[in-house]
Design a binder for this molecule. Sequence first.
Ligand SMILES: [Fe+2]
Ligand SMILES: [Fe+2]
Length: 333
Amino acid sequence: MDSAVGPATGGPDITPTNPYIGADGDFARVRPKEPDTEACYNPGMRILMTADLHFDIPRSREPACRLARRVCQCGGDVLVLLGDTAGADLGPLREGLAMFDDFSGVKLLVPGNHCLWCRPGETSLQRYHDILPAEAARAGFVLLDHCPQVLNGVGMVGSVGWYDYSLANASLGIPEPFYEAKLSPGAAAYVGQDELVDAHRASLTDRHLSLGVRWMDGRHVKLGMTDKAFVDTLAERLAAQLAEISQRVDQIVVFMHHLPLAEQVPRGRPDRLAFTAAFMGSQRFGQILLADEKVSHVYSGHSHWPDRRTVGRLTAVNVGSTYVEKQLEVLDL
Ligand SMILES: [Fe+2]
Ligand SMILES: [Fe+2]
C-alpha cells in the first residue's frame, strides 16, 4: 500500500513526513502457493514477475536484493517488474534495476505510482514518457507501456493503470472531493483545508472527521490533469494496444501496476485502510481486458495484497509484495 495512515484510535493525526506508516502487516494474509522456480519446464516460455520492490525504502532493500538474486539464479525468458521499483530519486531506481543485470532474458518495466513521484521541476508525465523510458533503456529494460511486445507468439501489454475512485469503498460515505484531494475528512481538517471540510460539513460524521489518512500521491504526483482524465488516456491507449496486438497473436498477457478489477480490492478492513481503496485502480481497465477474448492473464501489484482469482476467462493475479517481503510469480506458457 502507498498511504500515510494515522493512528487507528484518537483524533485525526496524519504523518506527512512519513508516507510509509502502517499499511503492512496489520492483517493475517493467506499466502498464495510459492511458485516452483526450480522445476524444469519445457519448452515454451517462462515469465517471471515481481512488484513493489520499493528500493528507495530501507526496509525493502534487503528483501528486494534477495529476490533479485533468486530471479537471476533461476532465470527465465522474460522478467517483468510491475511498478513501484523506487520513488522520485533516480539513484535507487538505477540500483534496483541493476540488480537484474545478470538476468539474460527480456526485461520489461511497468511504472508504479511511486515511479511517477516527482523531483523538483519535474512533471509526472515527463517521468512517464521520457525519464522512465530512458532509465529503463539504460538498464536493459523496455518500458512496456510504450512498447507492447510479441514474444514466442504471445502478446505482452502493460500499463501503469491509475485510479478514478471507481473502487472506493461506498460504505464509508465519504464525498468524492476528499478523494480528489487525497485527504480523508479528518486529514483535510488537520491540514487546514477548511473550504473542503465546510463544503461538505452537513454530510460529515464524527467517524469521518476522526479518520486521518493522506494518500501521498497528492503531494508527490504532478499529472497536470485529473485522475479521471489520466485514466481516460491510459484506458484508450490500452484498448488501442490490445486491438493492434490482437491481430497478431492468439494470446495476450497484461501487466499493470494498479488493479483492474473491483474483486481484487481487499474488503472488511478498518476505515483508515478502507479509505485507500479509492486509489487502488479502476474498473475501466478490467472492462477493457474482459472485452478482449485473447487476454488470458493480468498481473498487477500496488495493493501489497496477494490475490489470485478467475473472472470469466481471465486469470487475475496480484503479486502481493509488501515493503518487507517480496514475492515472485511464474507463468509458464
Ligand atoms: Fe507499492
Ligand atoms: Fe503503488
